[in-house]
Write a protein that binds this ligand. Structure first.
Ligand code: KG4
Ligand code: ZN
Length: 370
């Protein structure tokens, strides 16, 4: 455990297709944030190819870490600990980051903290300051959230409502029964011929579309905090088939070529409206039941502007948002959560830290029992 007055954590993230490193001071002050995206490489295949992702991480990891230290104006002497994503994610990708972190922890004699990627997304909301020399200057929340804290976690692999009672102690209120919402955005984008990565493309196309063109169904998960997006995705497929006069026998990869831009925009807007409504309705209901002190959104889909706008309109509590750059995968969130680990629990053994590709948040409460 670290007790020094200024604690600087180097965060390392490589769970999917972003190689990232960042330095954060005292769990709120961002000193550097380097993200090397592989989007251009995977765009060619229409999705992340795990083998290619792992090989790209190997090439990028050392330069990215060096840049994070240089940008933060830090030498290894200035770093108090290393935090690294060890779960969940693609096994090859996770291995590259954790092996780099383990090796650096041994060579530089630094404590090493294993971090859960999904939990870390929530901690992007704890970053409230950045060094004045950093570019770009981000629009950060004015203060850290307080507990109890309700978090809507919406990423490419997860859709969860989680109630945090304190750092490392939380309960899962609900989660998706099938696809994650980010996955639904990505699949719908592919279905209607919008470029990878799908979330941003759907967001952009939706801005130009009419969301009342199609009436997509709201998933039937009433009375729970669970979500479901696969029915919505299928409804989009059926509407697309009808729109171009084809049925289920027509090859779905040929559908996008038959749509025009206006049809794409209207489908994107109609889909996004229902997906956002599902997320907002459950979040508002959970807020009203648990009356937490703060509500945050976390994960890549938290970059969706209509989601932000609707939540602000419908929640009777003020809500602040992390900047878009800290919603998608990054290492600043890893370093920030690493700070709270470093001040509360002993470090991991760098000789034996293993990755856990599938690890749900229900099992990861890390605070030590009194
Ligand atoms: O958290 P993240 O960067 O990676 C995972 O941990 O999964 O989330 C990626 C997901 C993708 O599914 C992407 O399509 C979605 O976030 N996403 C968005 C937007 N930007 C990214 N979804 C909706 N609107 C956006 N603006
Ligand atoms: Zn993520």
């Amino acid at each position: 455990m670290l007790y020094s007055s200024l604690v600087r954590i180097l965060g390392i993230e490589s769970s999917c297709d972003e190689t990232a490193a960042a330095v954060v001071e005292d769990g709120f002050h961002l000193l550097s944030n380097v993200v090397q995206s592989q989007i251009d490489i995977h765009a060619h295949y229409g999705g992340v190819v795990p083998e290619i992702a792992a090989r790209s991480h190997i090439e990028a990891i050392n330069p990215v870490i060096d840049k994070a230290l240089t940008d933060a104006n830090c030498s290894w002497d200035d770093i108090d600990a290393i935090a690294v994503t060890y779960a969940p994610g693609l096994v090859g990708s996770l291995l590259v980051g954790t092996l780099a972190a383990r090796t650096l922890a041994i060579i530089h004699n630094k404590p090493l903290y294993p971090i859960h990627h999904v939990e870390a997304h929530v901690y992007a909301n704890f970053i409230t300051e950045q060094s004045p020399t950093m570019t770009p200057q981000l629009s950060l929340p004015t203060r850290q959230p307080s507990f109890p804290l309700l978090a809507l976690i919406v990423s490419g692999g997860h859709t969860q409502l989680v109630l945090f009672h304190g750092h490392g102690t939380y309960e899962l209120l609900g989660q998706t029964m099938d696809d994650a919402v980010g996955e639904a955005f990505d699949k719908v984008a592919k279905m209607i011929g919008l470029p990878y990565p799908g979330g941003v493309s759907v967001d952009k196309a939706a801005l130009l579309g009419d969301s009342s063109t199609y009436q997509f169904p709201t998933p039937r998960t009433q009375g729970t905090y669970d979500f479901s997006f696969s029915g919505l995705k299928t409804a989009v497929l059926r509407a697309t088939q009808r729109e171009v006069g084809k049925d289920h026998t027509f090859p779905s990869h040929e559908l996008p070529g038959l749509l025009n831009d206006l049809q794409r925009q209207n489908i994107a807007a109609s889909f996004q409206k229902v997906a956002v409504r599902c997320l907002v309705d459950k979040t508002v209901a959970a807020y009203e039941q648990y009356l937490p002190n703060s509500v945050v959104i976390a994960g890549g889909v938290a970059a969706c502007q209509p989601l932000r706008d609707r939540l602000r309109e419908q929640l009777s509590i003020e809500i602040e948002y992390a900047p878009l750059a800290l919603c998608t995968d990054n290492a600043a969130m890893i370093a920030t959560l690493g700070y709270f680990h470093a001040t509360a629990v002993p470090p991991a053994d760098p000789l034996s830290l293993e990755v856990i590709p599938s690890l749900s948040m229900t099992r990861t409460s890390w605070v030590m029992a009194d």
